[in-house]
Write a protein that binds this ligand. Sequence first.
Ligand SMILES: Cc1ncc(COP(=O)(O)O)c(C=O)c1O
Length: 365
Amino acid sequence: MPEQDTAHEAIGAVLARMPDPVGYHEARALEAGLAQAFGVRRAVALSSGTAAIHTALAACGIGPGQDVLMPAVTVVMTVAAVVATGAHPIFVDAADDGRGMDLKDLAAKTGPDTAAILAVHLAGRTDRIHEVAAYARTAGLRLIEDACQAQGTTTGGRNAGTIGDIGAFSLKDGKVISCGEGGYLLTDDTDLADRAAAFRTHWQTPAPGAPGGSRLGHNFRLAEPLAALARHQLQRFPEALAQRRHQAVTLHHAVDDTPGLEPLHPADGEHPNGYSALWRLTLPEPRAFSTRLAGAGVPNSVGTHCLTAVHRHPACAHLATGDLARAQATVDALLAVPFTEHDTDDVLRELALTIRQEAARWQAR
Ligand SMILES: Cc1ncc(COP(=O)(O)O)c(C=O)c1O
């Protein structure tokens, strides 16, 4: 596929070829580009990040009667994907310092039915992924990474989403590479990739151990115009990543030393993608503060998107097991301000001013 100069040209070329019900040219070219960009053997293009997590689990053979360990600090889409496979999500509490899963709780909740760990790199942070990966290996569990917010984050020189067996990414609007809606998987395991590709398209293609037509799957294909757009975005991935990192550093500096906001620095060896600026709030009633910030024009996970630990989500509460108090306290105190490519330095200065003013007012109440 020739490279296109603009997104309009890229989509125009696809439209000129349509209808092309079996072509899948753009999606295949996108997969080749993603595999090369992230240094893995295979990429599988999908219709969303949720579909990518679901497909990763299905490719690993996870389904009814099996348990999947996952953090309680995540978004509801991660839970929905596990439940859609028929497997049972087991929520793991947050670590003492709020960075990732509590490894003791992870081990304590591993049982005879546990098949996999689904780690989530919220806000582009990988937290204790290497320790989780070591535990998964010893315990003989699959490790799937929900890297939907972590395109471009590296840790110990490895790309987020390429540390476990398979990593799931979102191409939804607002992600570092996006095409409106979409997703993909990255893996070095060609059997997993073949099974993911079969599942994505109603198992119409053969996969190791399962001939074409032998199982049910889904239509999780990425539409060709969206794949063309994603390919176009992929060409500018290095610049997009540099811009996000610049935005995160700029906003952190501009908010530096604001009482009530502790910056959450990257873990050792981690180079986050700048998906969000990230602080731990030490202000009283931090959730109410985040809501107020959202109202004042500073988008953030808790205030804008009502992020809560998933065991407190009305649709997931019945799935909670054990004490998950640290998870909720971690989410409540999290101030994650996501960026878009439209956030210029001027916009960031305005955001910083609002954050500083609102924090001072909150302290003075
Ligand atoms: C951590 C995480 N997991 C999963 C998803 C689901 O991705 P999608 O909206 O593309 O289905 C998202 C979406 O933002 C996400 O942030």
